[in-house]
Structures are given as C-alpha cells and as structure tokens.
Design a protein around this ligand. Structure first.
Ligand code: C2E
Ligand code: CA
Ligand code: CA
Length: 812
C-alpha cells in the first residue's frame, strides 16, 4: 500500500481512539480492553513507515540511520503498549498503575529517539555560539523545571497513589527534560539533511503526547480509561507523519538559516513564565512574601526592559556598523578592481585573465587564446624613454580592445605582452583568422608619439582550448606559437602547431646540454684573422667560440650563444673564452715580443657586462695570465651598451684596466653616432651586411664610406667585417679602411694555425714583401688544419663544414 494510504488508516485509528476516550468520559465502558487494540497497530504502522524511509536510496547515510532507529523505537513502543495494556486491563481489577516493565520500555523507546536525534550531524558553530546556546538551554530548563514542579511534582502524592509508584512521575520529568534539551539542540545546531518539517512534526507530537500523558490525574475516577489511550496513538501518528514527510522531501540539503540579528526571545519568555508562576503560587501564601515576590518580579521586568533597550541600542549600532561595512565593501571592490586590472592601461591583468581562462575551461566552453608581444618594444623604451613606452602600451591596448570589440577579454600580462581570450562562438570558422589579421593590422597603424612616428609590429601566437586543458598548458602553447611568430620576423600571427613543441623541446634539451658542455670539454675557440688591408698581413684575430656537441656535431654560435645568454651559462663560457684568449695572447707576447699580434679580440655579451663582479673577475684573469692588456680588445654590441648606464660604467672600468673596447656589429642595431661619443670605444666593427651583404653595393657602400671618415676624425679604429672578395677589399681600401676581417683572409682557425699564418707573414715582412707571398697563399690555401681557401658569400653550409674539420683537431 502506498504510504499516504497507510497514513490515512493510521489517522482513522487515532480518531477512533479519541472517540473511545471522549465517550468514556460520559459512559462507562464494559470492555475496556477494546480501547487498547488499535494502539499496537498504529505503532507498528509507524514503524513500517520509518523502515521504508530508512531504505530510501535517495537519502544520505545519517538520515537513513536516523529513520532506522526510529523504526526500532516504534518496535519498543509497541512492546511498551502491550505491557501498558497488561498493567491496565490484564489484572483481576482495572488499574491505572504503570508497572516498572512498562516504564522501562517507554523510557528505552524515548531514549532511543533522543539518541537518534543527538547523533544527527550538527552545523559548524563557533564556541561563543555554543556558549549562548548553553545559556538559552539553561533558561529553558529552569522554566521547564518550574512548570514541572508546579503542575506535576507539587501533586506527587496524588500521582503516586494513582500510579502505584513515584517511577512514572520521575520518568515523565526526566523524559520531559531530555526531550526539551534534545529538541533545543536540534533547533540550534541543525539535524544534518533530516527534513526540518519532519523534526517539527516529531517535536509537536512529543509535546502533545506528553501533555495528554500528564493529564492522568483527571482520569482517577475512571479506571477503565488511561491517558495512554490518546497519548500513544498521537505519538505513533506523528512519527508516521514525520516519516511520510521525510519521504516526500527527499534529500534536499537544509537551507542554512541566515544568522539573524534579531534578539532571542527565549530568556524573556522564560522570565515571564517563571514570574507568572511565582505570582500564581504566591497569592496562596502570606501577604509579606507576596510583596517581596512582587518586588522581585518588578525588578526582573525592569531588568528585562533595560535589557531590551540596550539591545535596541545595540541594533542601532549594528546598523551603523552595517553602513560602514557597505563602505568597506566599496573599498574592497576598488581593491578587487586594482588586483585584477592593469594600472597603466586599465586592461584586465594576468590574474583576471587566468581566472577567466580557468572559468571557460571549467565550463567546457571552447575558446581561443592569443598571446601577443609588441615587436622591438624594448628599443622604443630605451631610446625614447619610458613615457613614450607607456603611451605606446596604452595605445596598443586601446587598439586591441577596439579590434576585439567585446568578442573576448583583452589582458595585459605585463611588459609588452598581451593576451586575448575569445570564445569560439564569438569568432566561428575563419572569423578568428580575420580577427587575428585585424589585431596585427591595428597594432601596425603608424602612431605619432612625442614627435616621433612609430611603426610597431606585434607577434601573435594562438592556441585553441582542449577538453583536458589547464590554463598554464594553454598559455604555454600560445606562447610557443607566439615565439614562432616572432622567429618568423614578427608582425604576424601563427597557430600553435605540435611541431613547434618539438622544436621547443629540442631547444630546451640543447640548453640543458649547454650547461655541462664546458665541463665536458666540448667548448673550444678559433681565431679569425684581422688583416691590414694595405699590407695584407694579419695583425690580430677575433676569438670565436665553438661547441662540439657529442651527438649533433658542431653547433653554430648563432644557435648556442643566444641559448647561453638565456640560460646564463654565457657568463662562465665568457670567462673561459677570455682566459683562453688572454693566455694565448700572453704566450705570443712572450715569444714574439713587439711583433706579437697587436689585437686579440674577445666577444663579451650584455649578460656578462651585467654581472656585478664582471670587472673584478676580468682583472683576476688578466693578472693570472700576465697578459699585456693593450693587446686585448673586448667586443661588445650596441644593444649591450645601449640598455643600461651600468654597462657604460663597466666599460670605463675595463678601460681603466688597460683593455680596449670594440663596438661590434655596428649598423645592425639602433646605432646612433652619438653613442660612439658617449661610450669609451676604441674600435668600431662595421657589420658585414654593409660590406658583403645585399646592400653592400648601394646604401651599404655609402654608409661604410661615410662612417670611416667620421670614425677617423674621432680617433676610432674601424674594422670592416665580412670581407669576402678582392673587389670588396679594394673598395674598402679606397674609401679609407685600414683593417678588415673576412673569409678572404681566412676562416676561423685553431690557435696554432693562426700562429703559422701569422709567423709566415712575420717572416715575409722581414724578408720584404713579395717573398712571403707564396707561403701565405699556401697557408690560406688549406695547409692549416682548420682552413680552406676563400669562398664566395652565402656558402654558409660549406663554412660550417670547414670549421667542423677544424673542430676535429681543436676540440679534443
Ligand atoms: P660576430 O662577433 O659578429 O663574429 C663574426 C662572425 O662573422 C663570425 O661568425 C665569423 O665567422 C663571421 N664571419 C667573419 N668573416 C666572414 C665573412 O667573410 N663572411 C661571412 N659570411 N661570415 C664571416 P661566428 O663565428 O659564427 O659567430 C657568430 C656570432 O656568435 C658572433 O658574431 C658573436 O656574436 C657570437 N660569438 C661567437 N663567439 C663568441 C664568444 O666567445 N662570446 C660571445 N659572447 N659571443 C660569441
Ligand atoms: Ca664579434
Ligand atoms: Ca660582428
């Protein structure tokens, strides 16, 4: 039968019993046992309902366990009823006496219910909450005690006579106390996922049943009746009702009660009730005590009023606190904004972007993530100042925001790096690629800033979210794609491609290998002759680093030097090269005296210059090797010098050590001639792109020509790099260059090969020109271990092979 129908049957049984009892008040029942028949039925039905709830799979464990215990309690109730009935109608005479077995069974049943209630999970409450609860409960207890005293214990003689012992009375008192305590606890601390309405039904049932139970003295004159006849069916029915209620409610989590700021009424109610009782009992006693008690009552009333006023004040205070809280909330919002937005451009910042990306991933909403880097932003910042740099970043942000046009979130991640998250639905199909084009074009628009017309590019990498993505992995892919776009020359965009990962992996591996390369003896250095254009004699050499990788063979310096700069190993490599060069120069100085190579040139990268103890360590190397510093040149690039004032200060200190400084790759960076005047430069190395590159005959020629005049005026030596043909050498000679470096005069070679080349010329110059010519050719023609004859421009692969041959000897 469905639970609701069973419930109707149970309700009908209770009505039947109520009728029996009501009629019994005016009519003497001749078969009193009949009145007891329905009682165990009602209790068993309630027990069955509880068992059904205890097996409902949708309920959580603790709720099911509670209803299981209730079912057990119903069984105990049934037993108690049977025992109660035997006490009443089983004897020779009718009796209202409740026997010890019955009392025990009733008490056990109640104890089980209360225990079940106590075992329900509680809410998290603070200690002061519990203290307040304890005080409230204490007040409730005192009041209940007073009531019990007034209505029950005062008349205990009557009761004892009627029930045959004090047991029943004491039980009722104990049970009342326990029930009140339990229900107060549940009301205060919650009852897990137990339905709150079900608890209320149970509480009401307990109250009604015990009220009826305590009316026993009224029935003393009618021994064929018992208050159990109504109290027990009501208890059964309410348990039954509560079980059905729980079944309907299912397993909804209880709505957490908002902590109300309203004043608890419990203490006042307790005081009022006790006062009423006090007055009610006093009227029967003497006048004097009445006056005393009236005073006490008046006092409590005043205290209560005072208390209420204080509480109202408190509430008003709380109101102002609330107002201040709203204020604080405003600040908090402000702080939140600051924490999630970039102060310069007002775009979202990295934190907000990451949160946004995480949310999109959690919602499984497919989206694209673009990572943008402004090309050459550093140069703008360095050359035109931070003010212009900031203005440019703000402008770029605005342009990006306009281009994206609410289709996604634009964030500035820091520096000149931006990110844009675009949900796939906002840019379906190739709309995303149009958006990418727009973004790149928007940044490309020329801009007037502080009197300069700037044209900036941006490199964009884009990756699409995957189902199992994490924010950092997605960002990483976009980053890899961005680097690829940058590597392709910038001002464009690239989709992420798994092949890029492979390349990045390889780079990472190479970078790791590089850290141990020096210790493993894989690093060596070659000497590239610097030649006097007039006499065609080598007057010195540039020292060039090489890496003989055990598996990859010779790794080109354009590959490993940038890697070493990034992972910092350039610092140690740099000291090694310097020491190697200094030792070699000292050796030549010792053996050839005045005629030793005048210039041994060593490359120093920006990262090395930035080392705070760089000059000290250089000084130590110079001291240890005992080299005459006037024969050593340090080559630095423009960018290294341009970036910081510190670098220029370092150069001055190096010069104080007697070293000379060359400005390398002049013309490829953002060179300005004024830099030459500001920095302590002795030598200028004109980049090979002007000498043998594609512009060598046009603009390059003009530049090289004008440069040399300017340079000579300032007493700076010029070295033309990358001289590959006699024609180039002739041009350089004609416009006024004295020194050159290039394949025409030999490839980078091992120290002993350079020494042979050098001494051949030495001998030649001693024997006079013309005589040495054949010998020199022989060396340049391949007699040396590392060298091959001059080849034309652009044969880089060939170059590397030639050097690899040299490496075979020098590396190990
Ligand atoms: P760099 O300082 O400009 O060195 C000159 C480069 O031009 C060398 O390449 C040299 O072999 C090449 N070269 C010289 N003459 C010619 C020519 O006629 N035609 C052509 N096509 N190339 C010529 P390399 O040895 O590959 O070095 C590349 C770069 O690696 C160097 O450029 C330098 O920036 C860096 N590097 C090399 N060794 C070191 C080092 O010990 N320390 C640091 N920090 N950087 C180094
Ligand atoms: Ca160089
Ligand atoms: Ca150079």
């Amino acid at each position: 039968m469905p639970p609701v129908k069973v419930l109707r049957v149970a309700a009908a049984l209770v009505l039947l019993n109520a009728g029996w009892l009501a009629l019994g008040l005016v009519h003497v029942w001749s078969h009193p046992a009949l009145g007891w028949v329905t009682l165990p039925v009602g209790a068993l039905l309630a027990g069955l309902a509880c068992r059904q709830v205890a097996r409902a799979p949708e309920l959580d464990v603790s709720t099911r366990r509670f209803w299981g215990r209730m079912a057990l309690a119903c069984v105990l109730l049934t037993a108690a009823i049977v025992s109660n009935a035997v006490d009443a109608v089983g004897g020779a005479t009718l009796s209202q006496r409740v026997g010890p077995v019955t009392v025990t069974l009733y008490l056990l049943m109640l104890a089980l219910v209360l225990w079940a209630l106590f075992r329900l999970p509680s809410w998290e409450r603070s200690r002061s909450d519990w203290a307040r609860f304890g005080l409230d409960a204490l007040m409730v207890m005192i009041t209940v005690a007073a009531l019990t005293w007034h209505f029950l214990l005062r008349n205990h003689q009557e009761w004892n006579a009627q029930t045959g012992s004090a047991g029943a009375l004491i039980s009722i008192v104990v049970v009342t106390f326990l029930s009140v305590a339990t229900f107060t606890k549940v009301a205060f601390a919650g009852a897990g996922r137990l339905d709150r309405r079900a608890i209320r039904i149970l509480a009401a049932g307990a109250a009604i049943a015990s009220t009826f139970g305590s009316l026993s003295p009224l029935l003393v004159s009618r021994p064929y009746l018992s208050t159990s006849l109504i109290a027990v069916p009501i208890a059964s029915l309410t348990i039954h009702l509560a079980a059905v209620r729980q079944l309907r409610a299912g397993n909804r989590p209880p709505a957490r009660r908002r902590r109300s700021r309203r004043v608890s009424l419990v203490p006042y109610l307790a005081v009022a009730i006790t006062d009423a009782l006090l007055l009610a009992t006093s009227t029967t006693d003497g006048n004097e005590t009445f006056v005393m008690e009236l005073t006490a009552v008046t006092l409590t009333v005043v205290v209560v009023i005072r208390q209420i006023l204080a509480l109202r004040d408190n509430n008003r205070l709380l109101g102002t606190v609330d107002a201040q809280l709203t204020h604080l909330k405003g600040y908090q919002n402000e702080l939140e904004y600051q924490a999630t937005h970039d102060s310069l451009t007002a775009a979202a910042n990295r934190a907000l972007l990451e949160r946004h990306v995480q949310r999109l991933l959690a919602e499984r909403e497919p989206f694209h993530l673009m990572l943008l880097d402004v090309d050459d932003f550093k140069t703008v910042n360095d050359r035109l100042g931070h003010g212009v740099g900031d203005a440019l970043l703000t402008l770029v942000t605005n342009r990006l925001t306009d281009a994206v046009d609410y289709r996604g979130l634009v964030a500035r991640l820091g520096g000149d790096e931006f990110a844009i998250a675009v949900p796939a639905v906002a840019a379906p199909g190739n709309a995303i690629e149009h958006l990418l084009d727009d973004v790149v074009a928007a940044v490309r628009e020329p801009v007037e800033l502080a009197g300069h017309t700037l044209v900036t590019g941006t490199s964009v990498g884009i990756a699409t979210s995957r189902s199992d993505d994490t924010a950092s992995e997605l960002l990483r892919r976009a980053d890899v794609a961005m680097y690829s776009a940058k590597g392709a020359g910038g001002n464009g965009w690239r989709w992420f491609d798994p092949a890029m990962d492979q390349a990045a992996d390889e780079t990472a591996r190479l970078s790791a290998d590089l850290r141990t390369a020096l210790a493993d003896g894989q690093i060596f250095a070659l000497f590239h002759p610097i030649t006097d254009l007039e006499t065609e004699t080598p007057i010195g050499a540039e020292v060039l680093m090489r890496w003989q990788h055990p598996e990859r063979g010779l790794v080109p310096p354009d590959v490993f030097i940038p890697l070493a700069e990034r992972n910092g190993s350039i610092v140690e490599l740099g000291y090694w090269v310097l020491e190697f060069a200094a030792r070699q120069a000292a050796d030549w100085q010792g053996r050839f005296g005045d005629r030793a190579p005048a210039k041994v040139s060593v490359n120093v990268s920006a990262r090395q210059l930035a080392e705070p103890d760089f000059v000290d360590r250089v000084e130590a190397i110079l001291r240890e090797t005992g080299v005459d510093t006037s024969g050593l040149v340090l080559e630095v690039t423009e960018t290294a010098v341009l970036t910081t004032d510190v670098a220029i200060a370092q150069l001055h200190r190096l010069k104080d050590l007697g070293l000379r400084v060359a400005l390398d790759d002049f013309g490829t960076g953002h060179s300005s001639l004024s830099l030459l005047l500001d920095s302590p430069v002795d030598v200028l190395k004109v980049d090979k792109s002007f000498v043998s590159g594609t512009s060598a005959n046009g603009a390059g020629a003009i530049i090289t020509k004008n440069l040399v005049g300017f340079v000579n005026d300032f007493g700076i030596e010029a070295v033309a790099e990358g001289v590959e043909t006699q024609a180039q050498a002739a041009t350089l000679r004609r416009v006024g260059y004295r020194l050159a470096q290039g394949h025409l005069y030999g490839r980078p070679m091992a120290a002993e090969d350079f020494e042979r080349l050098f001494t051949a010329h030495l001998g030649a110059s001693e024997r006079g020109p013309g005589q040495g010519e054949g010998e020199r050719r022989a060396v340049a023609g391949g007699a040396g271990r590392g060298e091959v004859a001059a080849v034309g421009a652009g044969q880089l692969a060939g170059d590397r092979q030639a050097e690899a041959a040299a490496a075979g000897g020098a590396g190990t």
